[in-house]
Design a protein. Structure first.
Length: 256
């Protein structure tokens, strides 16, 4: 009699345990995988100090943290340089953005694969090196308070001036420069221009757009050369070496 009463209880417990294993075991693994996908769906960028100081204010916080060497930065983070500081932000797709002295910029979007980059320049200057030619739905853009620059594989510098105007210098490739409505922030597409290599574009405070060739003086500007002359970049300088080249002939000994 006792066994007859106990058997249904054992069956119930076994079934419940099996149900728990099915519901909490397999799905939990799936949920974990899903959570991991969500966490890695927006790959971080890497911010590195070129000249001190470079700081980052994480999204949702109001306290800036100084970057000593390199650190991960994500969507919503704001980067700032001091009057003597410069830093470079490398996106997961290999594109880079060098932040000039006394500048502030927010990473507003990177996309699931790091191929939809949108940066907001609040002040100062930034120089972008975009090597990839983007496919459908992919883009790299930088927005100031009154203009947006959209590129498809190029090298250019964008500066938002204290008077409220925006200037762009294009070293290679081409950039679409579009003024923004000062009240709504919407793109004024009919006024958009294409700025090609060797040219500069400007969006004035009144919304007018102009384009002209870069002058020799502008091409010799320190900021322009810093981003276009490979010999001036620290990482391009070869490390000193005392090794003898393999193809060099052996020294000839002098006869006594």
């Amino acid at each position: 009699m006792f066994l007859r009463l106990l058997l249904p209880i054992i069956v119930f417990i076994g079934g419940a345990t099996g149900l728990y294993v099915y519901q909490s075991g397999i799905p939990s693994s799936t949920a974990t995988s899903t959570a991991q996908v969500v966490r890695t769906s927006t790959p971080p960028a890497i911010a590195t100090v070129i000249k001190t100081n470079l700081s980052v204010t994480p999204k949702g916080e109001d306290k800036a943290e100084n970057i000593s060497s390199s650190t991960e930065v994500k969507e919503g983070d704001t980067l700032e340089t001091s009057t003597s500081g410069r830093g470079v932000i490398e996106m997961s797709n290999g594109s880079t953005a060098v932040l000039d002295y006394d500048s502030s910029m927010t990473i507003t979007q990177t996309g699931e694969a790091g191929n939809q980059t949108s940066l907001a320049l609040q002040s100062g200057g930034v120089w972008a090196q975009v090597k990839k030619v983007f496919g459908q739905g992919e883009f790299f853009e930088i927005r100031s308070q009154n203009a947006v620059a959209v590129v498809r594989g190029t090298s250019f510098g964008l500066t938002y001036h204290k008077d409220g105007s925006t200037t762009i210098f294009v070293a290679s490739g081409a950039v679409k420069l579009t003024p923004l409505d000062p009240k709504t922030g919407e793109e004024l597409t009919p006024k958009a221009i294409e700025v090609s290599a060797g040219s500069k574009g400007m969006v004035n405070t009144n919304g007018s757009v102009t384009k002209s060739a870069l002058s020799l003086k502008e091409k010799q500007n320190e900021w322009y050369l810093f981003n276009t002359d490979e010999s001036l970049k620290p990482e391009s300088k070869p490390a000193p070496t005392t090794e003898v080249k393999k193809d060099a002939p052996p020294p000839v000994a002098k006869k006594g």
